[in-house]
Design a protein around this ligand. Structure first.
Ligand code: NAP
Length: 253
């Protein structure tokens, strides 16, 4: 029996990278997945892969920092699959700059996409979770929550995810809802490739340097994060709540 047979999941920012890997992993283990990204066209690529692998998925276009989009996205998934059991708050952006160069827009957009979205999605999904006395919320924090040069906005948003997670675990635990977060270290995706280019490195060289600073001597893959998210979304971890699990190959910075 697959771990997520009969379950319905929503994964945000799932057109590529970590979100796409999470959506595929949950679908491979039996979940029906609402694949959310900025446009349904972008999300459709992940849906096509899931369907090719024999799974079930549905593409939804939504800017998850916007209340009306979030309400419509959750309603569309419930309409399509009849319920919602698992929410993965994965959508995220970077707008890196040192403090003296960081604009209001750099700050506001990162807080909105990385943190406000998790609040909005969690608030919308909890209606279903509380009514059915079952739900799982897993959000993406980051090792950068502990501080990272040039990322005051991103770091604050990812530390915010930790606070949101521990608070929602207290509020929703009595209703059968587990709330946890995963804090990845360096994962090879478009996001980290863009960071490499911004600081003047070829992505390949940047990854090699990151691997050398990581005790397990490699950078992470989206599948490494998907495995941790799947564990926290599954019933075997139902006594774990309010936690942020570091998935970073043992890296301390
Ligand atoms: P990514 O490759 O940039 O993918 C992020 C996805 O989110 C993209 O498909 C993006 O769409 C989508 N997105 C952006 N804004 C959105 C919005 N307002 N509404 C809906 N979707 C939106 O990033 P990733 O590396 O896979 O990262 C996934 C998550 O893990 C993020 O929360 C990130 O902060 C976190 N994380 C990543 C790393 C890492 O090393 N990669 C480390 C720690 C934490 P567009 O491409 O169209 O903008």
């Amino acid at each position: 029996m697959s771990r997520f047979e009969g379950k319905v999941a929503i994964v945000t920012g799932a057109a590529q990278g970590i979100g796409a890997a999470i959506a595929r992993r949950l679908a491979n283990e039996g979940a029906k997945v609402g694949v959310v990204d900025l446009t349904a066209d972008r999300a459709q690529g992940t849906v096509d892969q899931i369907v090719k692998d024999g799974g079930e998925a549905f593409a939804v276009g939504a800017d998850v920092s916007k209340t009306a989009d979030v309400q419509a996205a959750v309603a569309a998934v419930v309409e399509e699959f009849g319920r919602i059991d698992i929410l993965v708050n994965n959508a995220g952006i970077t707008r890196d700059n040192l403090l003296f160069k960081m604009s209001d827009e750099d700050w506001d957009s990162v807080i909105a996409v990385n943190l406000r979205s998790a609040f909005l999605m969690s608030r919308e999904c909890q209606k279903h979770f509380v009514a059915q006395k079952y739900g799982k919320i897993v959000s993406l924090s980051s090792r950068s929550a502990l501080g990272n040069r040039g990322q005051a906005n991103y770091s604050a948003s990812k530390a915010g995810i930790m606070g949101l997670t521990s608070t929602l675990a207290i509020e929703l635990g009595p209703f059968g809802v587990n709330v946890n977060a995963v804090a990845p270290g360096y994962i090879a995706t478009d996001m980290t490739d863009a960071t490499a280019r911004r600081v003047g490195f070829e992505p390949e060289k940047f990854r090699e340097a990151a691997a050398q600073m990581t005790p397990v001597r490699r950078v992470g893959t989206p599948e490494d994060i998907a495995a941790a998210v799947a564990f926290l979304a599954a019933d075997e971890s139902s006594f774990i709540s309010g936690q942020t699990i570091q998935v970073n190959g043992g890296a301390d910075r």
